[in-house]
Design a protein around this ligand. Sequence first.
Ligand code: HSE
Length: 322
Amino acid sequence: MTVLKTARVRVPASTANLGPGFDTLGMALSLYAWIELKEAEQTAFHLYGDEMNGVPQDKTNLIYKVAQMVFQEAGVSVPELDISMYSDIPLTRGLGSSASAIVGALVAANTMIGSPLPASKLFDMATAIEKHPDNVGASLFGGIITAVWDGDHAKHIRIEPDANLEAIVVIPEFQLSTSKAREVLPAQVSLKDAVYNVSHASMLVAALASGRTELIAEAMRDRLHQPYRAELVPGMTEILENAHHHGALGVALSGAGPTLLALSDRRENRKAELERYLTETMSKQDIQASVLKLHPESEGVKVYTEGDTIPFVDMIKGELVK
Ligand code: HSE
C-alpha cells in the first residue's frame, strides 16, 4: 500500500513593529490558522471559516505556491495537493494573516516530506516571500522576536513574553493592504527621527526582556511609520496619545494596520474601561470595530504528530472549545 504524505499544522497570528520596531519586532498572538496538506491525485481545496472568502482555489493559491517552493528547494516532486485550511485571523487588518499562511504552508510542506529543511532555511524563505521578518518570525518561533534581514538570511532572538502580558486588539471593519500602508511612508527620514526610533526600539526590547513593563508606554512610541499611517486609520492618533491613561501598558498600530494593539497587564482592573475607550474612540470616527482580548502566544507553529486520525474540521472544533 502506498502511504500518502500528509501534515497538519497550527499557526499563530502576529502583530508586527510593536511601535518603533518597524520591520524588526514581532509578537505571536493567541489567534490561529490551521492548515492540512495531503499528497493527492488532483489538487483540491477545502477552505473553512469566514476569513477564507475569496481565497483562490486553484494553483495560484498562496499555500499551494509556497508548498511547491519547499518541494523544489528539497528536490522532491509532489505536484498535486489536497489543501485544507481554517483561519480565525482576519485578512488585511495587520494581524499577520498572510504571514501565517506562508509559515503554515512552509512548515506543513516540509513536514510532509520528512523535514529536510531546517527552521533557519524556512525563516529565510518566509522572509523572502513576505519581504520583512517580523510577522513570519513571530508565527514561526512564537513569543516576541527581534530580527535582522540582510536580503538573503534572517536571524532572530526570541524573548519569552511576560506571563502577565495581555494584548487587546481593536479591529476596524475596513481592510488596509500592507502595500497601501507602505506607500504613505517617506523614502528618507531625519537623523533625529532615526535616533528616536533606535532609542525607543532598544528600550522596548530591554523592557520586554527584563519585565520592566512600566517603561513600555514610553518605549512603544514611534516616528518612522505611525505618524504617516495615521491618516489611513481614523482615531489612531487619539488612541496612541491617550490609551495609557485608560489602563494600557502601551499601544501601537498592529503591523501596517488598521488594527490597533494595546498591551495590558493581566492584573489591571481597568480593562473594561480600556476596551470601552478603544471602541468608543473608533465609533466617534464612524469606524465600526471589534475588540479581541488575546495574549502573547509562546508557541510558534505547531506540528500535529498524531497525523489525520481525526477529521480536520473535528480536530479544529476540539481545539476551539479548549
Ligand atoms: N513591518 C510591516 C509594516 C508589517 O509595518 O509594513 C506589515 O506586514
